[in-house]
Write a protein that binds this ligand. Structure first.
Ligand SMILES: NC(=O)c1ccc[n+]([C@@H]2O[C@H](COP(=O)([O-])OP(=O)(O)OC[C@H]3O[C@@H](n4cnc5c(N)ncnc54)[C@H](O)[C@@H]3O)[C@@H](O)[C@H]2O)c1
Length: 444
């Protein structure tokens, strides 16, 4: 890390102290050390980034980091050359020096001057990008959902642990005030004993119907498909739209579920080691949108049963929710009160749906990107630590596994694995990698 900026040690310690007390009453144990770094960073160091995937969220994350004074961006990478110029210009404008440009992310990982990478690729690439970054000694800000399946998630956690890397996942709701306030309230016991949680998303996206064609010259489609199954190129199935195609995404259960279910799990847990369901049953399918190339289900209802404590989680994907926001998370207590939270606020309702008064909330947390920068320097566990968001991601994959298999799926938290066969024979659990790619398992 280079020493370019002037932030004092006192500023830094004040900021990290605030980060460790403001968020949903997490105690010191939840912010314990991520392990000694191969680089011993000083608070005055600049963190030098490389960006992998210059799409919507990669670009947005890079700009969020560039808003902090102790950041530099040295390199950016995409397999589509058309996606590079906007981000290259943003870096040039900010720092007066253009970033180095690559099409193969492994060349970014080769560089000794780069401390951390932003993984902004589609879901089917996260596992390889992240594991290779860990092996190369880079810390990572990795987009959600962390993986395309459960086995990948476990391999990613194993790699981060083995190479002692700090990884923050892009579940930024963990750093947004409406969610941290709501989680604080539930954890404080003020809502009483919670027996039911709900999370939902309403969406009806279509990607249309397009015939297969040759890929455009600007896109290395073979690299874009990477470890996923090779399928003919269709231009409505790549950028952004890959999330509606189960070969490359997981549909709304991983896309939005990982945000909204995350809040339910955090509220019901004591720290970052999350409660996990013991049984998962799901029904649904592509029932509403049939004349379209998407294959992600548009209608889903899933029930997850938890013990210790006993409660249920209902996850639903649908096309409308007339009596509530289009997405959200709810906690229902034994006395019928409901805490509802969404991007925009949270509210407390009595059993008849009347709004109840709320208390003065605790101070807002530092932003999600600042939290990562601080943790890279102090080697503490970030707010959306990989292990923790892996648990949420796995719950989403279990919901998909139950849907794909048509069976009730059982999970063993200690073994971190599905019990029995139901769900194991699905793409949400694992799949073979397309050569020459292979998933480094790191002992799992
Ligand atoms: N945290 C959030 O709120 C949020 C919001 C949107 C998206 N996301 C996540 O961000 C990720 C990216 O989503 P998006 O909507 O920006 O997708 P996108 O399709 O717009 O961008 C992905 C980019 O990655 C590039 N790419 C693909 N494979 C690559 C590789 N191997 N090496 C380098 N570049 C590669 C693509 O060419 C593309 O430019 C996804 O995991 C998504 O779930 C998170």
């Amino acid at each position: 890390m280079s020493k370019k900026r002037a932030i004092t040690r006192r500023d830094f310690l004040q900021k990290t102290a605030a980060a460790s007390t403001a968020v949903y009453g997490l105690g010191a144990s939840a912010f314990s050390s991520a392990g000694a770094s191969s680089r011993q960073a000083s608070p005055n160091d600049t963190i030098v980034f490389g960006l992998i995937g210059c799409g919507g969220m990669g670009a947005s994350n890079m700009r969020s980091f560039m808003g902090h004074p102790d950041v530099a961006v040295a390199a950016i990478c995409d397999v589509d050359s058309n996606r590079i110029p906007g981000d290259a210009k943003a870096v040039q404008d900010k720092y007066g020096k253009a970033p180095d440009i690559y099409s193969d992310y492994r060349r970014i990982l080769d560089r000794k001057d780069i401390d951390a990478v932003i993984v902004g690729t589609p879901d089917h690439w996260h596992a390889l990008n992240l594991i290779h970054a860990c092996e190369a000694g880079k810390d990572s800000y990795c987009e959600k959902p962390i993986s395309h399946n459960i086995v990948e998630a476990k391999a990613m956690v194993a790699a981060a642990k083995k190479f002692k890397r700090v990884v923050q996942v892009g579940t930024w709701q963990r750093s947004n005030r409406e969610f941290t306030d709501a989680i604080d309230f539930v954890r404080s016991g003020k809502l009483g004993r919670v027996v039911l949680t709900r999370a939902w998303i309403s969406d009806g996206t279509r990607i249309g119907k397009k015939p297969p064609t040759a890929p455009p010259a600007n896109l290395d489609y073979n690299f874009w498909i990477g470890p996923a199954k090779m399928v003919p190129y269709q231009d409505n199935k790549v950028h952004w739209n890959w999330r509606w195609v189960m070969n490359t995404g997981g549909g709304l259960t991983t896309d939005w579920g990982v945000h909204m279910i995350d809040i339910a799990l955090l509220g019901m847990s004591k720290g970052q080691d999350l409660v996990m369901p013991v049984e998962i049953a799901t029904v649904g399918g592509q029932w509403a949108i049939r004349d379209d190339d998407r294959d992600a289900p548009d209608t889903i209802t899933s029930i997850c049963r938890f013990t210790e404590p006993d409660f249920a989680l209902e996850w639903s994907v649908g096309r409308d929710h007339p009596s509530r926001p289009g997405h959200g998370t709810e906690f229902v207590s034994e006395d019928g009160r409901t805490l509802r939270v969404w991007r925009g606020g949270w509210t407390l309702l009595d059993a008849d749906g009347n709004e109840l008064p709320k208390e003065q909330a605790p101070p807002a947390p530092t932003d999600h990107w600042r939290n990562f920068l601080d943790c890279v320097k102090n080697r503490r566990t970030p707010r959306a630590d990989l292990h923790s968001v892996a648990q949420t991601t796995i719950v989403c994959h279990l919901i998909n596994a139950a849907l794909m298999s048509g069976d009730t799926v059982r999970w063993d938290k200690k073994k971190m694995d599905i019990v029995g066969g139901a769900g194991k024979n699905t793409m949400a659990y694992s799949r073979p990698y397309r050569r020459p790619w292979s998933l480094p398992m790191h002992g799992i």
